[in-house]
Design a protein around this ligand. Structure first.
Ligand code: RP5
Length: 165
């Protein structure tokens, strides 16, 4: 497998996950972290999953963010086939509001970890920030950008609430 320039892989089970997972991509973009987003379904494209997960380290990825909804096997199955850290994002499902996704992703048996984030947009953003924190351990310039991102976030919070316009 050819080496990619991207440090973070964002994988998701369906096109329908993109409105959620694009928040991870946007956050990585804001931090100047290279990333590559792909649709890989544990159920519909299992061969694609095996090829990706087994080759992810050789491709040059350092962290994988995996989002899925419903019977969300994608993060766990990916983690079972790669030594890279995998952060799972439970996508909010229509039927059960993402509680199915959350429980599917978070309840990994001992031995194969998936770092599980919150359901939906918050989880997608935080997965990117967690990926950034991991990469920043060996990238001082990224560490500075991450500090600046957090400082900017703090600066945006007003001290007192205001009436809505
Ligand atoms: C999962 O099934 C995907 O991650 C998605 O969240 C969910 C529904 O997929 P679609 O039916 O919208 O393609 O595999």
């Amino acid at each position: 497998m050819a080496e990619t320039r991207a440090e973070v892989a964002i994988i998701m089970g369906s096109q329908s996950d993109w409105p959620t997972m694009r928040h991870a991509a946007d956050t990585l973009e804001a931090l100047g972290i290279s990333h590559d987003a792909r649709i890989i379904s544990a159920h519909r494209t299992p061969d694609r999953l095996v090829a990706f997960a087994k080759g992810a380290r050789a491709e040059g990825f350092k962290v994988i963010i995996a989002g899925a909804g419903g019977a969300a096997h994608l993060p766990g199955m990916a983690a079972s086939m790669t030594p890279l850290p995998v952060f799972g994002v439970p996508v909010q499902s229509k039927a059960l509001s993402g509680q199915d996704s959350l429980l599917s992703i978070v309840q990994m048996p001992a031995g194969i970890p998936v770092g599980t984030l919150a359901i939906g947009r918050s989880g997608a953003i935080n997965a990117a920030l967690l990926a950034a924190a991991v990469l920043a351990l060996s990238d001082p310039e990224l560490a500075k950008r991450l500090d600046a991102w957090r400082a900017e976030q703090s600066a945006k919070v007003a001290e007192r609430p205001q009436d809505e316009a």
